[in-house]
Design a protein around this ligand. Structure first.
Ligand SMILES: Cc1cc2nc3c(=O)[nH]c(=O)nc-3n(C[C@H](O)[C@H](O)[C@H](O)COP(=O)(O)OP(=O)(O)OC[C@H]3O[C@@H](n4cnc5c(N)ncnc54)[C@H](O)[C@@H]3O)c2cc1C
Length: 358
């Protein structure tokens, strides 16, 4: 195994112990936190962060298996230190691995190769670029960075404090989270399936892209396929790409119940899988997306196997995701590592910050 990458920062703060406490409380949601006398240790799949609060300095040490994980840890710690320091101006200077570059390790510039409708409201955008194998591990989703029309794109860089520095003003990028539906290493291409739902920036992008258009991708992220004996995979059309991708990757011995909510029969897509699949399509038949309880009702009616390890994944509108998460946790007793229920979008809210992974 390669040596871990290590970065450290000494951050002058008025109340280092207070910021340390808040960091530890926050990261309980994302990993294992151990508190020690004057310090703390945060362990997550991305790496290990050790914190030490001195009289006026918070010392942070991050140890991660690769440069992508190290960047995520550094930027996340930096963002949260700034947030928890409140009004106080904060200067963070990292040293060690990754300090000498402004490149974001998991950023890739790609080029649109083509786009075509695969159902009346789902459009497949094919992107080409070097090293598409990069998207095979580390998560199933990417943040798509759409440059302003007619301008040469300026992409984000890594600031010396570890945070992402975004282009501003006329160069501001539109950011949206999508799933990498498929990866074709031989052709150097990936597919992204975009739901067309009016004049939103993501829909307009997918409808109007031209071969040769540049696009930026940050990722992948958002979790890989979790091993299980039985899967409950549910969602509306925004989660159809991830569910189809997972179904395609499951081994023959796996079983899966798949519940997919779409507008009507014209939105159905073939779901290929070597696994034993029970697939149900739920049609809104005229109701607006995000206004029905079709998914929740179908999930409550689903038959669960008597034995074997389950895993549930759901992606849909925010309100539905809350109801489904609550049912899986409270009624089905699923532990955090046995389910991922995420708001993929939120009625009346636009942008890339609505994602609510837990
Ligand atoms: C992990 C993850 C993976 C995702 N994967 C995909 C994917 O593969 N394909 C995909 O199409 N989407 C996917 N999404 C959802 C997508 O990011 C959101 O739908 C996003 O809001 C789309 O941006 P937009 O510019 O179209 O709309 P926004 O500008 O964000 O929103 C504009 C308006 O449209 C509404 N809106 C947003 N999405 C929908 C929708 N689907 N139907 C109806 N109204 C909507 C909003 O409530 C808002 O009122 C994913 C989200 C997450 C978190």
């Amino acid at each position: 195994m390669a040596d871990p990458l290590i970065a450290t920062a000494r951050i002058p703060l008025a109340d280092p112990a207070g910021v340390l406490r808040e960091l530890c409380e926050h990261f309980v949601e994302h990993g294992t936190v151990t508190l020690t006398e004057g310090g703390g240790r945060l362990e997550s799949p991305f790496g290990v962060v050790t914190l030490e609060a001195g009289p006026a300095v918070l010392t942070v040490r991050a140890e991660c298996p690769n440069d992508g994980h190290l960047f995520i840890v550094k930027s996340s710690v930096a963002e949260h230190v700034v947030m928890f320091a409140g009004d106080q101006p904060v200067t963070i200077a990292w040293s060690g691995d990754g300090a000498a570059t402004t490149e974001i390790p998991y950023f890739r510039e790609m080029t649109v190769r083509r786009a075509r409708d695969i159902t009346p409201t789902m459009r497949r955008v094919t992107l080409a670029g070097a090293d598409v194998g990069h998207f095979e591990t580390g998560g199933l989703h990417v943040r798509v960075l759409i440059p302003p029309a007619g301008r040469k794109p300026r992409w984000p860089v890594a600031g010396s404090d570890g945070r992402v520095v975004w282009p501003q003003g006329e160069d501001e990028l539109t950011r949206r989270v999508y799933t990498v539906r498929s990866i074709d290493r031989a052709r150097g291409e990936i597919d992204i399936d975009v739901v067309l739902h009016g004049d939103s920036p993501g829909s307009v992008w997918a409808r109007t892209v031209q071969a040769g258009d540049p696009v930026g991708l940050l990722g992948p992220g958002g979790g890989d396929i979790v091993p299980a004996d039985w899967y409950l995979l549910c969602g509306d059309e925004t989660a159809l790409p991830v569910i189809a991708r997972i179904a395609e990757a499951l081994p023959p011995e796996a079983r899966a119940t798949i519940l997919l909510e779409v507008a009507d029969a014209s939105e159905r897509q073939p779901i290929a899988s070597a696994a034993q699949i029970e697939l149900s399509w739920l049609h809104r038949d005229g109701a607006e997306a995000g206004t029905t309880d079709l998914l929740e009702t179908a999930i409550k009616a689903a038959a669960w196997p008597a034995s074997g390890t389950p895993y549930a994944l759901a992606g849909c509108e925010h309100g539905q995701a809350r109801a489904i998460r609550s049912y899986l946790r409270k009624e089905r007793g699923l532990s955090r590592d046995r389910h991922l229920v995420a708001a993929y979008w939120r009625r009346g809210h636009g942008g890339d910050a609505v994602a609510d992974p837990e």
